[in-house]
Design a protein around this ligand. Structure first.
Ligand SMILES: [Zn+2]
Length: 313
């Protein structure tokens, strides 16, 4: 009887379908998260885990990477630093697709998985993920909501950048709707407005307000996945992070190697993390963590180049 019960429990656990979503919210230093204690991030951290992390590779070493947006996104996507993935700035001139994104590795291993991207920056799909390119074996995202920043009719480009805030809201609503109705297996949600406010106002109320606003959008996604877990046999991994901090003097700039530009944070809904989460946590750890949760085997050729390690138990 005991064995039968064990078998039943194992099957029940096994039947839980893993799903993952990574949210990258642009340019929020760790000290700002500590200061503001945004409601939803704090709630996710309370049920799961949150810790400081770093970007920028090894300071002064071969892997040193600019604390610039697209550089950080690509380290998150590929699990390696700039000297390998070759994205040095937001121009994204010549990414080295030999270092695959976790979407590409997942597609190769499990071709039936469905992928989503919800993003306030089109290049994330077309250049970093390399959708449709021969180098990525014509990787195709199943759900893509992005490129709205190029639509100057519906989103007039006024200097206050409110249109970016509106686009963040739109892509978040597309993400939550898609999660509720279709539940993509792996998704990436990218939100930009916080960085715009940081550049414009530095450490100040308008910047802090944009962080609270991003937090409310993160809360919408969290709510959607909690609902899915209640009504389905899915088990969701949520990872929220940022791509760089900001300079200590004004908070308006980033790109250099100062502590405040390098120290970021990772928040996850998973309570069980390993020692990596407490020591040496970096943006490159997200790739192997997503793969572990999704039970995707990373090929040896990719694994031996990886700079990150899974932070999940
Ligand atoms: Zn950025």
């Amino acid at each position: 009887m005991k064995q039968l019960l064990f078998l039943f429990l194992s099957i029940t656990v096994f039947a839980q379908k893993p799903k993952a979503i990574v949210i990258l919210v642009d340019g929020i230093p760790y000290d700002v998260i500590q200061k503001l204690k945004p409601k939803n991030l704090s709630q996710i951290a309370e049920n799961g885990s949150m810790a400081p992390a770093y970007v920028g590779g090894e300071r002064g070493g071969a892997t040193e990477s600019p604390t610039i947006s697209a550089v950080g996104y690509n380290s998150m996507l590929t699990g390696v630093w700039t000297n390998k993935h070759n994205v040095w700035g937001n121009g994204i001139e010549a990414p080295n697709y030999k270092y695959p994104t976790f979407f590409k590795v997942a597609r190769d291993q499990k071709p039936k998985l469905k992928f989503g991207i919800f993003s306030t920056w089109l290049d994330n799909r077309t250049k970093l993920l390399g959708e449709g390119l021969p180098q990525t074996n014509h990787l195709k995202m199943d759900f893509a909501y992005d490129g709205y920043e190029l639509d100057t009719v519906n989103f007039p480009h006024r200097p206050d950048k409110r249109y970016i805030k509106e686009i963040d809201e739109l892509v978040t609503s597309k993400a939550t709707e898609t999660i509720r109705l279709q539940a993509p297996d792996i998704s990436w949600l990218y939100l930009e407005f916080t960085d715009d406010m940081g550049h414009r106002y530095g450490d100040s109320e308008p910047f802090y307000r944009s962080v609270y606003h991003a937090d409310s959008l993160i809360g919408e996604v969290y709510k959607a996945i909690v609902e899915r877990e209640k009504t389905t046999k899915e088990k969701w991994l949520l990872i929220v992070t940022t791509d760089h901090g900001r300079d200590a003097k004004t908070g308006k700039n980033h790109g250099g190697q100062s502590d405040r530009e390098r120290i970021t944070w990772i928040c996850t809904n998973q309570p069980k993390t390993n020692e990596r989460f407490r020591y040496g946590l970096a943006i490159v750890d997200i790739f192997p963590s997503v793969c572990q949760f999704m039970k995707i085997n990373i090929p040896d050729t990719v694994k031996k180049e990886l700079e990150g390690r899974s932070f999940l138990k």
